[in-house]
Design a protein around this ligand. Structure first.
Ligand SMILES: NC(=O)c1ccc[n+]([C@@H]2O[C@H](COP(=O)([O-])OP(=O)(O)OC[C@H]3O[C@@H](n4cnc5c(N)ncnc54)[C@H](O)[C@@H]3O)[C@@H](O)[C@H]2O)c1
Length: 435
């Protein structure tokens, strides 16, 4: 694209995080520590990846920030909303993801991040008890209060731009309803009529962000921006959106491993995934209606990688099951087990077992950083609507299901999309040459 159309990363980038729990505080603490040189942002593509640009004699290998004008870590200003009143320091200590020694050096900065009152409805996360909640009579009032928060934060912190990132709890499953979610006028009418069944609080955050000129990222599996009325709003406001659900542990493994089965043309009889998790996320997901949202997101991964219609002998009727079990002793240190039943030559069965002892928030934090920096970059390029190139970081990539668009779930295809978007934003040609 023409580089004169790309706005530079001038001034401060405000990152407003919805939810100040395990993921957010790990993300924020890591950024603050990294900019003091006390920790390394490991796992972050924007900070580490090197991409080839150009071909033949013009070929060069460059870091993202040598290709595109990304905001630097020093330019970031953090804010947040949460149902609980604890500041980012207290919350980071309570979450017990990071050791005290990795939090204390940035204690002052973290203490200054005090969550604004949340736009919350207990029916959407029954297990949460916090009282740092806005007193709004209708969903429309929630939108207006959130818009004011964004404006105030931007002015108080002298930010040039804002990005809103949802890293709050998974809400109960809201199925898309054509009468409410298919066009913007109906969505706005439902917000004004206080239709609490169809309008989740997260939709109010997204609506507020977009009309205030801030890109919105959905890090949980919530329906929030995954329907035509929000796409219409993103188009109208010329703002980029991305979602859903950070691709961290088990689904990262699945979207990286399933292509092995696919490219070797082995058959799949079944894939059983189970987890134990003991943090507040696990507690919320212990509620069946909240787990349903996660289940839909996690199940979607395999279908577009191992496609029955393309290979009926190999992928017809495989059994795919995903479970999450709340188990407090493990806290944020999730353990995932995958049992994969495959079959090979002449139909002979084999099994693969994967046991991933991961740290949920340690895997999610770099994705938060990359998503925020890249969506801000996309906005400065004038890109709006669903940013498919960000699927690399997301478990259940948004796609236009009203037009039968198939999402790309294969990690390696997503990586090509990401690299090509960076090339294009940097004024280079998109290509699929082997690096
Ligand atoms: N950690 C991972 O690997 C991972 C991967 C994919 C998705 N996620 C999702 O990221 C989200 C955050 O995970 P976490 O481990 O930090 O959870 P957490 O429970 O530690 O933090 C979430 C916070 O959100 C707050 N919250 C809930 N509803 C809110 C609202 N309406 N407004 C403002 N705040 C609200 C809660 O009070 C809580 O403090 C979850 O939805 C989780 O499913 C996490």
């Amino acid at each position: 694209m023409n580089q004169s159309e790309v706005k530079k990363a001038e001034g401060k980038l405000g990152i407003l995080v919805v939810g100040l729990g395990a993921v957010s505080t790990t993300f924020i603490t890591g950024v603050l520590m990294a900019r003091k040189g006390l920790a390394k942002p490991i796992g972050s593509s924007t900070q580490y990846d090197v991409i080839r640009v150009g071909e033949g004699a013009d070929k060069k290998y460059l870091h993202y920030n040598q290709i595109i004008p990304l905001a630097s870590l020093d330019q970031i200003e953090f804010g947040s909303w949460d149902v609980y009143p604890q500041n980012a320091f207290e919350s980071a200590m309570n979450c017990e993801v990071l050791k005290e020694k990795d939090i204390l050096p940035v204690k002052d900065e973290l203490e200054a991040i005090k969550p604004m009152k949340a736009a919350f409805d207990k029916n959407y996360a029954k297990r949460l008890e916090g009282d740092n909640v806005k007193d709004c009579k209708t969903r429309w009032e929630m939108v207006e209060a959130l818009r004011e928060d964004i404006r105030n934060f931007k002015a108080e912190h002298k930010c040039d731009r804002i990005v809103v990132l949802w890293a709050a709890s998974t809400e109960v499953y809201v199925p898309v309803d054509e009468k409410v979610h298919y066009n913007l006028a109906d969505l706005e009418a439902a917000m004004k009529a206080d239709d609490r069944e169809h309008i989740a609080p997260s939709m109010c955050y997204a609506y507020a962000a977009l009309v205030e000129g801030a890109p919105f990222i959905m890090g949980a599996p919530n329906t929030t921006v995954d329907f035509p009325a929000m796409w219409e709003l993103a188009e109208k406001t010329k703002m980029p959106i991305a979602g859903k659900d950070f691709k961290t542990g088990q689904t990262l493994v699945k979207s990286g491993f399933a292509p092995i089965i696919g490219v070797r043309h082995l058959g799949l009889a079944g894939w059983f995934s189970t987890n134990i998790l003991g943090n507040r996320d696990g507690l919320v997901l212990d509620e069946p209606a909240n787990f349903r949202t996660k289940e839909v997101s996690k199940l979607s991964t395999l279908e577009s990688i191992l496609v029955p219609e393309k290979q009926p002998d190999l992928y017809t009727d495989y059994y795919h099951k995903v479970r999450i079990n709340y188990y407090p002793p493990r806290n944020d240190n999730k353990e995932g087990w995958d049992n994969i039943d495959i079959f090979g030559w002449m139909g002979y069965p084999m099994q693969i077992k994967i046991n991933f002892l991961c740290r949920d928030s340690i895997l999610a934090a770099p994705l938060c950083l990359d998503l925020c920096l890249l969506i801000d970059m996309a906005a400065r390029c004038g890109w709006y609507g669903t940013q498919r190139f960000l699927s690399f970081f997301l478990k259940s990539p948004m796609h236009d299901y009203t037009k039968d668009e198939v999402p790309v779930n294969n990690l390696f295809e997503q990586y090509v999309m990401l690299k090509n978007a960076v090339r294009e934003m940097g004024g280079y040609k998109a290509d699929e040459l082997i690096d």
